[in-house]
Design a protein around this ligand. Structure first.
Ligand code: DQA
Length: 154
């Protein structure tokens, strides 16, 4: 079974309360249960976690490498400046695992500082701007890509 860590970064525990006009009214608990359901439909086992701490997110990326888990990562504001997360994310993709950078909003359509992602260049790909559906699309991408890898024996 393909295992996926769905990791959410700082302030995403505030979903539903924080800027609902940008992030919607759904809570993190609702997002995580939707992610579980989508994963089930796609034949993925999902572990969803959230942390406001950079070091915890770095540790979870190390865990992904060590346990051969693919990753859907919404690093939130860390996306824009955390070289520590970038280095850890690079380890995931260098290990042949899929890492999808996910955003609920479309950072390219927002303030200038959100236009930079230090993760994008080391991610397998990025999905942004589709609300909670961004996570479903990320899981579809992971299911397809990891299936291809299996067929290729990679
Ligand atoms: C976000 C976009 C980031 O710019 C922001 O800091 C977030 C959430 C998103 O999902 O749209 O916290 O990653």
């Amino acid at each position: 079974m393909t295992h996926v860590l769905v990791l959410n970064g700082p302030n995403l525990g505030r979903l539903g309360v924080r800027e609902p006009e940008v992030y919607g009214t759904g809570t993190l608990a609702e997002l995580e249960s939707a992610v579980q359901a989508w994963g089930g439909e796609l034949g993925l086992t999902i572990e969803a976690r959230q942390s406001d701490a950079e070091s915890e997110l770095v540790g979870w990326l190390h865990e992904a490498v060590d346990t051969r888990a693919h990753v859907a990562l919404n690093a939130a504001a860390f996306t824009h400046y955390s070289y520590a997360l970038r280095d850890a994310a690079a380890e995931v993709t260098n290990a042949g695992l899929v890492l999808v950078e996910v955003h609920i909003s479309n950072p390219a359509a927002r303030e200038q500082f959100r236009h930079t992602s230090v993760l994008g260049a080391v991610a397998t790909g990025t999905i942004a701007g589709f609300g909670f559906d961004s996570y479903r699309l990320a899981l579809v991408a992971i299911a397809h890509r990891s299936g291809t890898n299996v067929e290729q024996g990679a």
